[in-house]
Design a protein around this ligand. Structure first.
Ligand code: COA
Ligand code: AMP
Length: 630
């Protein structure tokens, strides 16, 4: 079947098409219909179905006689550990953990926060929650205690499952003090915590509140899979928006199963039993969908890799893992390949490994620059496929559906919309623009199964953030265009979100932190281009008259503050003190113009600028930071 015929089949009968895809899932009660539009523009999929995610990701493969197949390969160069877990072992481990959670009172609908590094126990914790209908929310280890506290207060979890530590190259990340600090900061207190003690660091437990992962599971009755409604939240995953308050993206159970399962063959071209590797982190959506859920739902072997593309121990790590575990399909962020390319431009490490099993490489998380794609294709000799998606959708909006029909690759484009997505480029008035014309990228409602039905406890914010600007459409927050062949080009964000090393961050959240410094009167954070990380945050600080500290001390304290309040992942290291910020006459900060100056790009003097002289001052300030970069 061709992409065009499948896309057309979906478009002409979405209900029938999704019902057909739903047959690949094991239902406790099969859906009698796909879409419920009674509350439009809020939509729900498979509302009358009953199903369990853990059953579909684990138990059903054991029942089908594939229990001995490896479900998870754990490969951790930072701890020199390798381990394989079969589907039957995974089933037993998850059932016991789920039983222990249930014995401590965790029930269907209760939230459980998971704060763990890249270890198989993180996936086991996710699946254990799914097994008993609890709603997990995984928090990335690179966030500081304050960010964890914000998520604790929003999700109000009954329990938190954590590890004692994470391992970053050259340092141990002490999770337990971060966890304790977050619980102290939060208004909501979890009833209990479970701590997986790692060899590298044994954390001190608080009696009565904290349980040891192993002791906690001792002698408990394993839990069976509990069927839940198709619309039951499978998880909440927080992502950056325009303010410091992250958005709790809700993932619905049934649509998630149906849609992810479809992507494994049609986009990633793997069959059950093949080894699939997404080098991301369980704290991000890529980790949820393509380290944990999709490969397991589809009966693949997934790799949990605890390491970095470079330095653990060298720029050949990716290729070593691929050849050793016979990876067929590999998924990473462009920034990771740029890091490898920088250390090994001629691919000397690639030549050391047998990569004959590798069929395709997939990139997402940020714009894939043509240079990186061409370099990777030349080194690896396989197609390098860019695809575009968001935490909100949970899987690709646009991709090259290689397993269905490989389409020609156009460098700079994540290719074409996947079935389920009617993607349009709109002007400010909400009218579709002509091909090759820039505009806001929007998706005609309803979004397909598995995408967010809303934000956790924040319907008004959901409507305002995504539905109100273009009635009848979901606003993606990305700007770009569609060419005459229907290929999409994603050019920029339309909001204050920036993308640093494939990590989505809010400049608004950083501004809130900077504004909290006693000497800062006003500030702006922009994303400047970076050859490795795509973008880097840069802060401009205006100090109060009579500020108590020297400008260079304020800068240092602000850098430390962002690390302490948001976390090291913000990578906020560039800041400068200026007298004034460039603004329009109505007081809007001209961030876009500042970005152009920092990137050394031509820009038009904004007609509404209040005082053009300020741009000269900004240019001088940027020079002190070494921008525009050579
Ligand atoms: N726990 C604690 N700290 C973390 C962390 C985690 N899970 N992940 C990152 N950090 C820290 C890093 O140690 C670093 O701290 P530092 O300022 O003390 O050096 C900081 O956060 C920034 O990390 P990162 O942006 O990852 O930069 P890096 O310089 O350490 O590494 C790359 C650069 C390109 C190798 C790395 O960013 C990378 O592998 N990127 C791929 C991203 C990816 O897979 N994204 C998922 C979306 S698909
Ligand atoms: P996240 O929710 O963290 O996955 O980030 C989603 C955002 O990352 C998107 O809205 C885009 O801005 C950006 N993004 C993701 N994939 C791509 C891609 N293939 N090309 C360009 N931008 C991308």
């Amino acid at each position: 079947m061709s992409y065009a015929s499948v896309y057309e089949a979906w478009k002409s009968d979405p209900e029938g098409w999704w019902m057909e895809q739903s047959k690949a899932i094991d239902w406790d009660r099969a859906p009698t219909k796909a879409l419920d539009e009674s509350a439009a523009p809020l939509y729900e999929w498979f509302p009358d179905a009953m199903v369990n995610t853990c059953w579909n990701a684990v138990d059903r493969h054991v029942e089908a006689g594939r229990g001995e197949q490896t479900a998870i390969i754990y490969d951790s160069p930072v701890t020199s550990t390798k381990r394989e877990i079969s589907y039957v072992e995974l089933r037993n481990r998850v059932a016991t953990l789920a039983g222990a959670l249930r014995a401590k009172g965790v029930e269907k609908g209760d939230r459980v926060i998971i704060y763990m590094p890249m270890i198989p126990e993180a996936l086991e914790a996710m699946l254990a929650c799914a097994r008993i209908g609890a709603v997990h929310s995984v928090v990335f280890g690179g966030f500081a205690a304050n960010e964890l506290a914000v998520r604790i207060d929003d999700a109000t979890p009954k329990a938190i499952i954590a590890a004692s530590c994470g391992i970053e190259p050259g340092r141990v990340v002490h999770y337990k003090p971060l966890l304790d600090g977050a619980i102290e900061l939060a208004t909501h207190k979890p009833e209990f915590c479970v701590v997986f003690q790692r060899e590298q660091e044994v954390a001190e437990l608080i009696p009565g509140r904290d349980y040891n992962w192993h002791g906690f599971q001792y002698g408990v009755e394993p839990a069976d899979c509990l069927p839940v409604e198709g619309t039951h939240p499978a998880y909440i995953l927080y992502t950056s928006g325009t303010t410091g308050q992250p958005k709790g993206v809700v993932r619905p159970t049934a649509g998630h199963l149906v849609a992810l399962n479809w992507t494994m063959k049609n986009i990633y071209d793997v069959d059950p039993g093949d080894v699939f590797w997404a080098a991301s982190d369980v704290g991000w959506v890529v980790g949820h969908s393509y380290i944990c859920y999709a490969p397991l739902i589809h009966g693949n072997t997934t790799i949990v890799f605890e390491g970095k593309p470079v330095g653990t121990p060298d720029a050949g790590t990716f290729w070593r893992v691929m050849s050793e575990h016979k990876v067929k399909s590999f998924f990473t962020a462009p920034t990771a390949l740029r890091a490898v390319k920088r250390e090994d431009p001629t691919g000397e490490f690639v030549k050391k490994y047998d990569l004959s099993g590798l069929k395709n490489v997939y990139l997402a998380g940020e714009r894939a620059d043509p240079d990186t794609i061409e370099w990777a294709q030349a080194q690896l000799g396989v197609p390098v496929i860019d695809h575009w998606w968001q935490t909100e959708t949970g899987y690709a909006i646009a991709a090259n559906p290689v397993g269905l029909e490989p389409l020609p690759i156009k460098l700079g484009s994540p290719a074409v919309p996947m079935p389920g997505y009617d993607v349009q480029v709109l002007d400010d008035a909400g009218h579709a623009v002509a091909p090759n014309t820039l505009g806001a990228i929007a998706i005609k409602l309803p979004l397909p199964p598995g995408t967010l039905p809303g934000l956790w406890n924040a319907e008004a914010r959901y409507r305002k953030s995504y539905l109100d600007t273009f009635p009848g459409y979901y606003e993606t927050g990305d700007a770009g265009m569609i060419d005459e062949d229907g290929y999409l080009y994603i050019m920029a964000r339309t909001d204050d979100v920036i993308n640093v090393a494939g990590h989505r961050l809010s400049t608004g959240a950083m501004e809130e932190v900077l504004a909290g410094h006693a000497d800062v009167a006003e500030c702006a954070v922009i994303g400047v281009s970076d050859t490795l990380k795509g973008q880097l945050p840069m802060g401009f600080l205006c100090l109060n008259n009579g500020a108590s500290k020297a400008p260079e001390d304020v800068v240092k304290e602000c850098v430390a503050r962002v690390r302490e309040k948001i976390g090291p992942v913000a990578a906020f290291k560039l800041a400068v003190v200026v007298d004034r910020l460039p603004k329009t006459r109505s007081g809007k900060i001209l961030r876009g113009t500042m970005v152009s100056i920092a990137d050394g790009k031509d820009y038009k003097m904004p007609a509404t600028i209040d005082d053009p002289a300020i741009l000269g001052e900004i240019t001088e300030a940027l020079k002190t930071l070494g921008y525009p970069a050579a």
